[in-house]
Design a protein around this ligand. Structure first.
Ligand SMILES: [Zn+2]
Length: 510
């Protein structure tokens, strides 16, 4: 049976040992932009985020706060779902790894992998980084320290279960060679491919319950809990009902596009696909790896005192403007920098003086010259229509498809600039004085249509502004946004005679 046109996207689940970080907000935002875009394309989207709530670090953090682990994670997890609401993230589900639906699925997964002969027990002495929640080999360390945590790992001896990652060396190589866009960007693909080519070792996938009471119990062995990654990664399928009585969503939506930060690429690109193959399931569609955000050119850190709290950022500035700035300024594929100065510059240029001013100019003229109604057109400007049809839309779509939001929105603002230029060139106020009122109406008709199409293009990044624009043009938001994208690109006389609703200024000057 042919699968419906579905699109399943997940963020990584946030580790719930501290308050949400701007990096996670950025990941939610990129994911939200992509999901809203896919919905515009007419796909049936399922968008998942959530929290990772087991493991040593959380156990210790709960102990330090004097709470039991469950109430600690209840409190922490709520902060992440509140952030998703606050940032207007359109996720369809929010999974917590302490939920029963997840535990049941993770255990079923374990059994499937074990049945396949890929999980075995052995005594192991190794170097363990608590920060990473993983064993390290000598070659992972830099000057004896974990490169991510700058700490020497602990020596740990335990009888643990191991996963035969080495069994999947050849199959993973095949997967990588067959699909060069399995990981994007290419630099991240190459990084993982090199690690793969160096050879994979089996990894420990459980801990003794005595040492770590906070985790999912290994099926048929109450003395062991699952290693936090082996537990956490399965959230992407347990959220779809894998392992439950109803696997409809799993069958409908899997496999996923996983959006992650570069620091956890290895777990997603090497371990997770091997785990899935071991359980007899399809590997992910794609791993999309985003970079990190710096502030004023520096890495964020508590000691520097430049850590940005996402809730504070949107309390200080308008949410839609923050969303636009981050997507426009911080390339998905790379690291990018935030500074208040840059924010103000882009806000003023693109939003206050750009889109906001353009909208206000057009609607004010419609009020003044067209009796507050979208005017009928006498002469269609085919050059202008073709410019939007053949230059703006295809470039916008092409860039959105490959996470190149920076260029996609650069192109949309090229259209805003072209529209502004048309007003400056034609000087409708002079045409009106000369009594050439139909010429004014023709111009305004085209500008209103352009504005309608701009409203659609900005929907993924600024959904509220998009809806305001559609409403200001006298259109029904629900009707417009339920149309197919190809219909939305058509120039039809939908709007003629409609009363406009010139509302508030979209982006007041700072
Ligand atoms: Zn580490």
């Amino acid at each position: 049976m042919k699968k419906k046109d579905t699109y399943y996207l997940t963020t990584a689940i946030a580790y719930a040992n501290a308050a949400p970080h701007i990096g996670f907000a950025l990941e939610l935002l990129y994911s939200d932009v992509m999901c809203r875009y896919q919905r515009l394309l007419g796909k049936e989207v399922h968008f998942l985020t959530g929290t990772d709530e087991h493991g040593q670090k959380i156990f210790k953090a709960a102990e330090q706060s004097g709470q039991d682990s469950q109430s600690f994670t209840d409190e922490q997890s709520a902060k992440f779902s509140e952030l998703a609401d606050l940032w207007n993230i359109s996720n369809d589900d929010f999974i917590r790894t302490t939920e029963d639906r997840h535990k049941a699925g993770a255990q079923k997964f374990w059994l499937a992998s074990m049945k396949n002969g890929d999980i075995y027990k052995k005594t192991y002495t190794g170097l363990y980084c608590v920060g990473c929640e993983s064993f390290k080999t000598e070659k992972d360390l830099v000057d004896g320290l974990c490169p991510d945590h700058k700490k020497a790992p602990e020596i740990l001896q335990e009888e643990n279960y191991f996963f035969r990652l080495s069994n999947y060396q050849k199959l993973l190589e095949k997967l990588f060679e067959k699909n060069k866009s399995f990981i994007v960007p290419a630099s991240r693909f190459n990084e993982m491919y090199n690690i793969l080519k160096n050879g994979l070792e089996d990894i420990s996938v459980s801990r003794s319950k005595e040492k770590l009471p906070w985790g999912i119990t290994v099926p048929n062995d109450p003395t062991q809990v699952m290693y936090v990654w082996f537990d956490a990664l399965t959230n992407y399928i347990t959220a779809l009902g894998y392992g439950s009585a109803d696997e409809t969503n799993f069958e409908k939506f899997w496999p996923a596009v996983h959006v992650i930060g570069k620091e956890i690429n290895r777990f997603h690109s090497l371990l997770w696909p091997a785990m899935l193959m071991s359980a007899g399931l399809e590997t992910p569609k794609q791993i999309a790896v985003h970079g990190w955000m710096t502030v004023d050119g520096q890495k964020m850190s508590k000691s520097v005192g430049n850590v940005i709290n996402p809730a504070e950022l949107t309390a200080e500035y308008q949410l839609e403007a923050v969303r636009y700035f981050l997507v426009r300024e911080i390339p998905f594929n790379d690291d990018g920098d935030f500074s208040s100065e840059k924010f103000r510059e882009r806000y003023t240029a693109d939003l206050a003086n750009g889109l906001g001013n353009f909208t206000s100019r057009v609607l004010t003229m419609v009020e003044k010259y067209c009796d507050n109604q979208i005017p009928a057109v006498a002469n269609i400007d085919n050059n202008f229509i073709n410019f939007i049809k053949t230059e703006i839309w295809p470039n916008y779509l092409k860039n959105m498809d490959v996470w190149n939001f920076v260029h996609a929105y650069e192109i949309v603002w090229k259209l805003v600039a072209a529209c502004d230029q048309m007003i400056s060139d034609r000087k409708p106020w002079i045409l009106a004085k000369e009594g050439k009122i139909q010429e004014v109406k023709d111009l305004l008709y085209h500008l209103c249509e352009a504005l309608r199409q701009i409203a659609i293009m900005i929907y993924p990044v600024m959904p509220e502004t998009s809806e305001k624009l559609i409403t200001q043009l006298g259109l029904d938001v629900n009707i417009e946004l339920s149309k197919s994208l190809s219909d939305l690109q058509e120039w039809v006389d939908l709007t003629v005679g409609n009363k406009i609703n010139k509302g508030e200024i979209l982006f007041p000057r700072l």
